[in-house]
Ligand binder design. Structure first.
Ligand code: LLP
Length: 418
């Protein structure tokens, strides 16, 4: 029997009796453990940890994370509204968004949500509505990127995220001119495991903070890499935490400025706290020289990372067989790109797995972050799947119901001329 990160045969059998596959299942215990690891970082002048909601925005997940003491980073006005509706206090929420509508800007100012301006234009729109003397955060691009591919790198010259570090002077002049106070500085460059990259990113961000005398809070974003399978390396939170703490202490010695640290992980908290439980729907092959395809009843509509980034998620059958078979695992969408076993260069990558039969359960691991949240909704008209959480006693609770066909059709309109 395979080893699962937080499931076991008994829990899976119980879930299968009560719920129809596919469904996501999350572990409260794993989420809390990950939160505690972040909160234990030895920030010399204080720490606020924010959850990057985009990783998994389900209200129940937000509540579990809030209860550990976390604050939140929203990537759209809609995530802000989601938090407010969940009863999360406005002063625990920060908005860092690529897009800013004036309608929602008013809501954010009225509610007292912290705004993290990602461009001069955003700052101008904020200034037009906010009272004079308001405190503001700015997101900079420190000139350095990190991440496993172009699609997950959010720093450096090829990234549009944040104010280019050499343009901070202009932004400061504008803020001074209209009476906004830049008291918080933010950078997020993508995901990386190497403490040396964190050291460099922190130092570059501090160099910018030296131009902004009112800044007291330094937010270094998220991006703590977690290993989803045995060939990947996780960030050592202890090593990164110590590295950042040392950089902050050195800066305090040199300049006398003591920064309150903020971090905003998403992946680290939830990636390995979630699995997609699905079933084998069919098994076919393309002859002796070809491949054996294990076709599952899940697909890129509900878990896009393999199709989008060639990401490797372990797909583990609940099978006691000692016989191994090389399977290419394919999703249920009518797309040849809907593969769950794909190599980094986007070619078919058969996986050696215990012999599996039609109807057997498959557990797709590392599926807590950017999986349900990045689903393609109803491609091929497949409904959005249910999500469950296991509480501290491993009892399952539904946190999102499976979508019904009526809901898929609800917003479609048939014009009268048809
Ligand atoms: N803060 C900001 C401003 C962000 O844009 C992000 C992620 C985070 C924090 C959290 O980063 P994390 O700790 O999750 O790496 N869809 C990709 C990841 C995109 C991340 C976008 N920004 C994936 O599936 O890996």
């Amino acid at each position: 029997m395979q080893n699962f990160t937080f499931l076991n045969k008994e829990i899976i059998s119980k879930l299968n009796e009560q719920h129809r596959t596919p469904f996501y299942v999350y572990s409260q215990k794993v989420i809390e453990k990950q939160c505690q690891a972040i909160l234990a970082i030895p920030a010399p002048f204080g720490l606020t940890a924010r959850y990057a909601i985009k990783a998994n925005p389900n209200t129940a997940i937000l509540k579990v994370i809030e209860n550990t003491g976390f604050h939140f980073d929203a990537s759209s006005e809609y995530e802000v509204i989601r938090c407010l509706k969940a009863g999360i206090a406005a002063d625990k929420i920060q908005l860092t968004s690529q897009e800013m509508s004036s309608e929602h800007l008013e809501l954010i100012i009225k509610e007292g949500v912290r705004f993290n301006a990602c461009s001069l234009e955003q700052l101008k729109r904020y200034a037009a509505k906010a009272p004079k003397g308001s405190e503001i955060s700015i997101r900079i691009n420190p000139g350095l990127g990190s991440g496993s591919s172009r699609k997950t790198n959010v720093g450096g010259p090829s990234s549009s995220f944040g104010i280019w570090f050499e343009q901070v002077d202009e932004v400061k002049r504008f803020a001074d001119g209209c009476g906004l106070r830049i008291t918080r500085l933010h950078s997020h460059i993508g995901s990386g495991a190497d403490p040396a990259v964190w050291e460099r990113a922190a130092s570059l961000t501090l160099a910018v903070a030296r131009q902004l005398p009112e800044v007291t809070v330094l937010n270094l974003g998220g991006g703590f890499k977690v290993a989803r399978h045995s060939d990947e390396v996780s960030t050592s939170i202890e090593a990164v935490g110590q590295t950042v703490a040392d950089v902050l202490k050195k800066e305090a010695e040199e300049t006398g400025r003591k920064y309150h640290l903020e971090l905003e992980p998403g992946t680290f908290l939830v990636a390995n706290a979630g699995s997609l439980v699905c079933s084998v729907d069919d098994i076919t092959n393309t002859g002796d020289e070809g491949y054996t395809f294990l076709k599952i009843n899940a697909g890129m509509d509900m878990l896009t990372r393999p199709a989008l980034y060639a990401a490797h998620h372990p797909c583990l059958p609940l099978s006691d067989s000692s016989e191994k078979v090389e399977y290419v695992i394919t999703g249920h969408c009518c797309e040849s790109g809907d593969l769950f076993s794909v190599s980094a260069d986007d070619t078919l990558e058969p996986r050696s797995l215990p012999k599996t039969n039609i109807g057997d359960t498959i557990i797709i691991e590392g599926a807590g972050a950017y999986c349900a949240s990045m689903s393609l909704k109803n491609y091929n008209s497949f409904p959005q799947v249910a999500e469950l959480i296991l509480d501290k006693d491993d009892q399952a609770h539904i946190i999102r119901k499976r979508e019904e066909m009526e809901q898929i059709l609800a917003n479609e309109v048939l014009p009268s001329y048809l």
